[in-house]
Design a protein around this ligand. Sequence first.
Ligand SMILES: [Zn+2]
Length: 276
Amino acid sequence: MTAVNLKKILNDANKNNYSVAGLVVLSWDDALAFTQAADETGIPIILQAGPSCRAHTPISILGKMFRYLASQTKTNICCHIDHGYTLDECYEGIDSGFTSVMFDGSKLPLKQNIKVSKKISTRAHKHNISVEGEIGFVGYDNGKISEGTNIEDAITFANNSNIDAMAISVGNTHLQTSKKANIDFHKIKLIQNNVKIPLVLHGSSGIPFSQRKILARKTNVAKLNIGTEIRMAFGDSLRKNLKKNKQIYDRLKILNPTIKDLVKVTKKVITQIGPE
Ligand SMILES: [Zn+2]
C-alpha cells in the first residue's frame, strides 16, 4: 500500500466509527514496530514526526523513512509532521515526502492562526497533502497549563482556514503518565455539530481506555495522539532486557527485543480504538 493523506485516513475512520492513533515516532526502531503492528492487525495508523524527532534526525530522511515503511505494508499509513510551528517547517514537511502536516498556531491570535493555516493548506492541497490545525491550547503535564478550546473560535477556525482536521483542547494534556484526563464530551458534541472536519485529541496517553472507546465509536474525534504510553513501555522493556543480559553491549542486540514489546503494546492501543 502507498502512503495516504490525513483527510483520507480520518474520513474513513469517522465514516466507520473508529479512531486512528497518531503514533509518536522517535527513530527507526519505534517506526518499524508501529508499522509491523499496523500490518499484523490491518488497522491504519499515522506515523508522526514531532519536534524532538526532527531535532534528532533530518526531516528529509524521516520523510523517506516513513514513505518506505508505508510502501512495505498492506495497510493505510499516513506520514505526518506533528507540531510544525512555522510556515517554513510545514513547507519543509510538504517538500520532504510527508502526506500530512500539522501547523500549530494555537498560541497565535485567532485571525493570525486562520491566515497562516490557510496559506499552508493552499500549498499542501496542491500536492494532495493534508493539514491539521489547532485551536485552544493543549498544555503539558507539570508544564504549561491548557487553555480549553472556545466553541465559537473553533467553528470560525474550521470554517475559514481550509484545514482538513482540527486539534482541540477539551481536558486532554500532553505527557501524562497516568490515565487521569477527564474529557468534556459535551463540548466535543457542540463543536462537531457545527464543523464538517474530523477532530483530533493530542495527549491521549492520559485518556482512560473507557473514554478513548467512546471517543472512537461515538464522536467525530478521529485521531488520538499517543506518545507517552508507548515510550513508557519502551523504557520498561529496555530496563528489563538490560537487567536480564548484564554483559550485553551491542546496541542492536539491546534494542531488538524492545521492538517486539513495542509491537505488542501498539497492537493493543490501535485495536481498542480501531475498526470493530
Ligand atoms: Zn501535541
